[in-house]
Write a protein that binds this ligand. Structure first.
Ligand code: NAD
Length: 351
């Protein structure tokens, strides 16, 4: 398989790239702009594997995307490049509109031209896989779960931009016959997660004895999935998913944010005992505007139709993630430099 992965230097894209290049023997071309969230060190072990290639480019550069596809001749495009951090979308939505909407339009147009140039088996088997989020569905009350038939109700600039991109992808399928697949996944955690997101932020702040910011009263609920389980689901969908279909992916692991933070504190207290229990570092901070209360995913369709199952429970996955951060400070220390500890996000007073 020859797979073009956009955003392959990011958190989930790098997990997909490592899986494809190191375990599945695929030839991967990563297309990534290397924004603050992209890091080639996350895929350094893929260099030299099965003709692995890296193209530093902006997905909004349509002529370059056309040329990249014509030259690389992928069997599939897995489109993960995006601006992904909700807090940043609230303080500066422009990059989200540009990359997530216009960038997806450019990828679709490039894929449409490339697909039209194919014939025979290559045309029949080509796939454009768009990777999206459960946040497009809005916020849930205490019960129920999102599924493939849930109506869209995005509430943040990030989720609205991702919802727009999902609609564009479906329109290119219906209007132009582009063979698309769409997946909507719940919150991911795991290795190589940029240290501005909740779980790595809390692991690293707790390790360094810094305050642990928790929005509101910490009662917001997310459904957590290990990034390597997500990567396996994505490769399953690109290999065997039905054209034009959407698959929801989740971890069946709903946790309150406060419970997630407390779990991290407890595991770290076991791994690296501190003078005082790390739970004492928890600080409740002003809630995020429009903060969605609860997300949950019904992932029975991908389990039933494609046989995917998650392999990692939340408890073992979070412990393994903490161990990864403890063993890999070469990766996160240069990214921290005091910039991603909460002060920079305006959550905590600068120390
Ligand atoms: P990330 O922010 O870690 O990585 C995004 C990558 O895209 C980075 O490598 C960045 O350099 C690259 N990029 C950004 N703008 C670009 C542009 N204009 N051109 C080329 N490359 C560009 O994001 P992530 O958490 O890995 O998320 C990947 C995808 O999965 C996103 O589409 C996101 O919406 C979706 N998703 C994320 C989660 C989650 O929990 N993180 C859950 C469900 C879906």
């Amino acid at each position: 398989m020859r797979i073009l992965v956009t955003g392959g230097a990011g958190f989930i894209g790098s997990a997909v790239t490592r899986l494809l290049a190191q375990q599945r023997g695929a030839t991967v071309l990563v297309v990534d702009k290397l924004t603050y969230a992209g890091d080639r060190r996350s895929i350094r072990d893929c260099e030299g594997k099965h003709g692995f290639q890296f193209l530093e480019a902006d997905i909004c550069d349509l002529p370059r995307m056309r040329a990249a596809m014509a030259e690389f001749r992928p069997d599939a495009v897995m489109h993960l490049a995006a601006e992904s951090h909700v807090d940043r979308s609230i303080t500066g939505a422009a990059d989200f509109i540009q990359t997530n909407i216009h960038g997806t339009f450019c990828m679709l147009e490039a894929a449409r031209a490339y697909h039209a140039s194919l014939d025979g088996a290559a045309k029949a088997t080509f796939r454009f896989h768009h990777i999206s989020t459960d946040e497009v569905f809005g916020s849930l009350g205490p019960t129920g779960a999102f599924s493939e038939t849930t109506a869209y109700d995005p509430r943040s600039p990030y989720s609205a931009s991702k919802a727009s991109s999902d609609h564009l992808v479906r329109a290119w399928h219906e209007t132009y016959g582009l063979p698309v697949l769409v997946t909507n996944c719940s919150n991911n955690y795991g290795p190589y997660h940029f240290p501005e997101k909740l779980i790595p932020l809390v692991i690293l702040n707790a390790l360094e004895g810094r305050d642990l910011p928790v929005y509101g009263d910490g009662s917001n609920i997310r459904d957590w999935l290990h990034v390597e389980d997500h990567a396996r689901a994505l490769v399953t969908v690109v290999e065997r998913g039905r054209v034009g279909e959407t698959y929801c992916i989740g971890g069946r692991a709903e946790r309150r944010n406060l419970a997630v933070v407390e779990t991290i504190c407890d595991v770290l207290d076991q791994r690296r005992p501190a003078v005082r229990p790390r739970r004492e570092l928890i600080r409740f901070v002003t809630d995020r505007p429009g903060h969605d209360q609860r997300y949950a995913i019904d992932c029975s369709k991908i389990e039933r139709e494609l046989g995917w199952r998650q392999q990692e429970s939340f408890e073992s996955g979070i412990a393994g993630t903490i161990d990864w951060y403890l063993a890999n400070d070469w990766w996160w220390r240069p990214l921290r430099e005091g910039k991603y500890t909460g002060e920079r996000l305006g959550l905590l007073p600068a120390k």
